[in-house]
Design a protein around this ligand. Structure first.
Ligand SMILES: [Zn+2]
Length: 122
C-alpha cells in the first residue's frame, strides 16, 4: 500500500539527529517488527513531568509527523519552560505503516500491548 507520508523506518533514520536533543530509547514490543521510540528530556529532578503519547490511531499520522519535523523546537521548549519530557511519538507503528486505526492485535497502541505483556507475565 502506498502511503501519503514517510514510513516509520524512514522516520527512524532521524534517530541519530534526535539523540542530539533527547535521550532516545528503542523499546521492544513482543511480536512487533518495529521498536517503539521513547524520547526523554530531563531538565531537573524537581521539574514537572509531561508525558506525551502520539500516533495511537495509525490513520492519523499528523502528530507523529509533527514530532519528527519539530523535535528540536520541542526540546528547546522543554528547556525554556523547565519541564521534563517523556515522549512516545509513534505508539502504533503497525497501524501507521498500514494507515489502519488499530494495531495488529486490535488495540489502539503498541505501548498498551507492551505494558499488557508485562502485566500478564507471572
Ligand atoms: Zn485519534
Amino acid at each position: 500500500m502506498k502511503l501519503a507520508h514517510p514510513t516509520y523506518q524512514q522516520l527512524l533514520k532521524d534517530v541519530p539527529n534526535i539523540k542530539k536533543y533527547f535521550t532516545v530509547e528503542l523499546l521492544n514490543v513482543p511480536g512487533e517488527k518495529h521498536k517503539l521510540i521513547k524520547c526523554i528530556k530531563h531538565i531537573f529532578a524537581d521539574a514537572p513531568l509531561l508525558m506525551i503519547m502520539a500516533g495511537c490511531h495509525g490513520e492519523e499520522p499528523a502528530p507523529p509527523l509533527a514530532f519528527f519535523k519539530n523535535y528540536q523546537r520541542i526540546a528547546e521548549a522543554a528547556e525554556t519552560h523547565r519541564v521534563n519530557l517523556v515522549l512516545y511519538p509513534l505508539v502504533n507503528p503497525w497501524g501507521f505503516s498500514r494507515n489502519k486505526r488499530l494495531n495488529r492485535l486490535g488495540f489502539w497502541n503498541s505501548l498498551i500491548c507492551r505494558a499488557r505483556s508485562f502485566y500478564t507475565r507471572p
